[in-house]
Ligand binder design. Structure first.
Ligand SMILES: Cc1cc2nc3c(=O)[nH]c(=O)nc-3n(C[C@H](O)[C@H](O)[C@H](O)COP(=O)(O)OP(=O)(O)OC[C@H]3O[C@@H](n4cnc5c(N)ncnc54)[C@H](O)[C@@H]3O)c2cc1C
Length: 470
């Protein structure tokens, strides 16, 4: 029997480990079985959101059903911590007579340590193969063989490598044995938030592909002009599927190519702006592999370790709850708390606010996002936070500080997004919506807090904080 270990890759299509296991099983007249390991204590230590756990387990139930139709039994194992995984897998390998283990390589440090321990401790060959990126993480390097430290040269090198190597999508495997019965895991009744997340992110087979197709048909050509407007559905809303590996980035590329007739290879070509976001995803993943300290709470720019971030639990709580007095920040945080997802422009705005206006550490924000997001992903989340905080892999200088008022005016000009999430501001006229405090005071309305900081002053203090490092 060939054993496939599913992790952050809950799909059948473009799954190189599954394909290899099926190929080997056919050659050697064997069966294929699969396993997924639930490790809740470790997940909590990694701040995995409850909604993300629920999303993964719901998807696992669907995956188990489609695997069973192909004659592949899915085992579920439960341990607390990653260091219990080798023994749990060894017992399964022995009990089921597995001849080899196949999995897609992980990129995070704890996960890679776990996989190395599995390779050492199992008595059968363990095959870890790339599969979470278009190009294998760590394979796109500078002429000197080093990691790219900024995005634009990385994206050029990535596009060149893609043009040379191409990208193909592996088909899903056909049946390897007669269909089996499948007993889905019984899950507790979803909370209201979990139910909302499961409705927003359906996990049935084909749902992610359908959303990709719909986005490409309806919105990809307008992506560049619409992607920064949180009140519109201008982006693909695929991040939870990509983070859980329900969809592969190569599937995205293939669908884009099919839609446009060819892949856009340069800025200005239709569809390039969207492809560029997929390259950001690759950038942060490649970086995580090449710079393992990013998985260990360290800043990319090492000298920024000396930054004196403030400790202020009350300020942090106001940010988390969406009670900062800056409408676009508050609407974004309440949206996150009530849906498990946030638009990219808003992630940048609230991350800039936490670090550059409140002077709280990006690590606090990174953890909070992780504990709430259905698409929580270490590489993208850490990359995004460090980019916003001025500690990351970024060509722009640290004095880029977003003004939360003008960002709101620019990207939510009519306040549609703000009104959706801040009902206490619903009646404020458009002209005052981004700075509603005087209007609210005159009307005697006191539900909405005053701005917790003076942005102009906070900006100067943030810049001074960085200048002290020089
Ligand atoms: C502070 C901060 C934290 C973030 N945390 C996460 C996270 O935990 N998980 C996550 O998937 N994304 C994260 N992002 C990136 C981005 O905000 C989301 O991927 C995006 O909002 C998802 O929406 P979409 O699927 O509609 O994306 P689209 O705009 O349609 O883009 C398509 C895909 O490209 C990838 N992508 C897009 N933008 C980025 C980016 N800046 N960095 C990396 N990948 C990107 C995503 O996989 C996305 O699904 C973060 C960004 C910031 C600024």
């Amino acid at each position: 029997m060939q054993l496939v270990w599913f992790r952050q890759d809950l799909r059948l299509v473009d799954h190189p480990a599954l394909s290899a296991a099926v190929r080997q099983a056919r050659q050697q007249n064997q069966t294929v079985e699969a396993v997924f390991i639930i490790s809740r204590a470790q997940w909590r230590r990694h701040q995995m959101a409850q909604v993300r756990e629920r999303f993964l387990l719901a998807r696992l139930n669907e995956l188990g059903a489609v695997l069973a139709e192909l004659g592949i039994r899915l085992h579920r194992l439960e341990v607390d911590w990653f260091d219990e995984v080798p023994a749990a897998l060894a017992a399964l390998v022995q009990a089921r007579g597995a001849r080899a283990l196949h999995a897609i390589s992980a990129i995070e440090v704890d996960e890679r340590r776990r996989d190395a321990a599995v390779s050492r401790q199992l008595s059968v060959p363990c095959h870890f193969v790339p599969g979470c990126c278009v190009l294998p993480p760590g394979s796109v390097l500078t002429g000197k063989g080093e990691a790219f430290k900024v995005f634009t040269p990385f994206s050029r090198a990535w596009l060149k490598a893609l043009a040379a190597q191409g990208s193909t999508v592996l088909p899903p495997p056909g049946p390897v044995a007669a269909p089996l019965g499948w007993q889905p895991m019984s899950l507790p009744r979803p909370t209201a938030l979990e139910a909302r997340v499961l409705a927003d992110w359906p996990v049935v087979e084909g749902a992610a592909e359908a959303r990709l197709t719909q986005f490409l048909e309806r919105a990809v050509l307008d992506y560049e002009s619409q992607r920064d407007l949180p009140a519109r559905e201008g982006t693909a809303r695929l991040s939870a599927y990509l983070a859980a590996g329900i969809l592969s980035p190569r599937q995205c590329l293939a669908a884009l190519q099919q839609r446009l007739g060819r892949l856009p290879f340069s800025r200005g070509e239709p569809g390039f702006a969207w492809l560029n976001e997929l390259i950001w995803r690759e950038f942060y993943r490649h970086l995580l592999v090449l710079e393992p300290r990013l998985s260990m709470d360290q800043p990319f720019q090492l000298h920024t370790r000396a930054l004196a971030w403030r400790q202020d639990e009350a300020a942090f709580a106001a940010w988390c709850q969406g009670r900062t007095g800056y409408p676009i920040v508050d609407a974004a945080m309440r949206c996150l708390n009530q849906t498990g997802w946030m638009h990219n422009r808003l992630r940048m705005i609230v991350a800039s606010f936490l670090t550059k206006d409140l002077h709280l550490s990006w690590r606090q924000g990174e953890d909070y996002f992780m504990s709430r997001l259905v698409d929580g992903d270490l590489a993208a989340n850490n990359g995004g936070w460090q980019w916003a905080a001025g500690t990351g892999a970024d060509a722009a200088p640290y004095f880029r500080v977003f003004n939360p008022t003008t960002q709101g005016q620019r990207f939510d000009p009519k306040g549609d997004f703000i009104r959706r999430w801040l009902p206490e501001l619903a009646a404020v006229p458009d002209a005052y919506l981004h700075t509603p405090h005087d209007w609210l005071r005159i009307k005697g309305l006191r539900d909405y807090p005053a701005p917790m900081v003076d942005h102009a002053l906070a900006r100067q203090q943030a810049i001074a904080m960085f200048q002290q490092l020089e």
